[in-house]
Design a protein around this ligand. Structure first.
Ligand code: SF4
Ligand code: SF4
Length: 337
């Protein structure tokens, strides 16, 4: 199926039909924009601003049960992970982030929890016509209409959405909704190209990552790490809300004779993250922890997987309570002797 048009007067019918398939879309929940389930009849509004909580939370929940156990019972009880889900309105940077994080979860050990959810998830992306204040996706290999990781790319043309099926999953979903769609003409495709170019030209921030992965190891003791981390509160927001951060802890929770093993998000910006049982901590201050965060994304991950583990979504700069800015750090790295 080639590119299709969905007129906005059919939008409610389209989302209503998808809502029967476990549909999630951006929603304001307690003042925080994140992905939430869409019930039948719920309005889905896709405005310009990206969610504060990235959709990674659907594939890699903040806390998840790996298995349950109980005293005197040999068998472990594993949770069912067989419910397909559709995420509507995923930004191209967040879909790219899922493709990047998947490299880790497929690496030396295939993580069945993450990979099963990824397999069951259909991603319907929304190109960014209005990039955010701190977006810099083109600097790190993305773009406002990047398709990596997506099953369908959707572009808001004003009166209608242009929908392009990118994978078998995406094309099959469009096929199911074909009575609501019409074939896109050359004018719609041209309008899309123009919007994408305009969006790219509206991106105000940039950094050239050329040379950063190679420079970082030599800057281990550089005073820049003290400077850029001086204001850090160690709150972990920059990692919790980063779509490419995936650090986790595993804990057993017991209640009487039953318990569960769970996995929950952790952050390399927390002091306890690397604290040894002996009390020794190889990253004792925020200087070392900030240095690790940047090295992990712009050096270690590049060495291991050949790609920068940052998609330029700008969340870490937007949401840091003391305005520590990733691009400023990267520029200082580039400027260091
Ligand atoms: S969000 Fe800002 S203050 Fe919080 S840990 Fe990250 S850099 Fe530090
Ligand atoms: S490091 Fe910052 S800009 Fe890069 S992906 Fe994470 S939150 Fe987005």
């Amino acid at each position: 199926m080639s590119a299709m048009l969905l007129h906005k007067d059919k939008w409610s019918e389209f989302t209503g039909r998808l809502s029967g398939k476990n549909l999630w879309a951006p929603s304001l929940q307690g003042g925080i924009k994140k992905f939430a389930p869409v019930g039948e009849g719920d309005a889905v509004q896709l405005d310009a601003e990206n969610t504060a909580v990235p959709p990674k939370a659907l594939l890699f929940p903040q806390t998840e049960t790996l298995f349950r156990f109980s005293e005197g019972q040999e068998d472990l009880e594993f949770p069912g992970l067989d419910e397909p889900v559709i995420l509507l309105g995923v930004r191209p940077c967040d879909a790219r982030a899922m493709a990047i994080v998947e490299k880790l979860f497929r690496w030396d050990y295939e993580d069945p929890y993450y990979l099963k959810r990824r397999e069951l998830t259909t991603l319907i992306g929304l190109a960014c016509n209005e990039p955010g204040l701190n977006c810099f996706c083109p600097s790190v290999g993305g773009g406002p209409a990047s398709t990596e990781g997506l099953d369908i790319l959707m572009v808001d043309l004003g009166e209608s959405y242009l929908l392009e099926g990118l994978t078998g999953k995406g094309k099959a979903l469009l096929e199911e909704c074909k009575d609501l769609l019409e074939e896109a003409g050359a004018d719609a495709l041209q309008q899309k190209e123009q919007l994408v170019q305009e969006a790219a030209s509206k991106i105000r921030r940039s950094v050239d990552p050329e040379g950063i992965p190679e420079a970082l190891p030599g800057l281990w003791e550089d005073p820049l790490w003290q400077r850029v981390s001086a204001a850090c509160l160690g709150c972990g927001i920059c990692t919790y809300l980063c779509p490419t951060c995936y650090c986790f802890d595993i804990q057993d929770e017991l209640e009487g004779a039953v318990g569960r093993r769970c996995r929950m998000w952790d952050s390399c910006m927390f002091e306890e993250y690397t604290k040894h049982t002996s009390g020794h901590n190889p990253r004792p201050t925020r200087r070392e922890r900030t240095r690790n965060r940047i090295n992990h994304k712009y050096s270690y991950f590049v060495d291991k997987f050949g790609v920068i583990a940052c998609v330029g979504c700008g969340r870490c700069s937007n949401l840091c309570p003391v305005n520590i800015d990733l691009i400023d750090i990267l520029r200082q790295v580039k400027a260091a002797p």
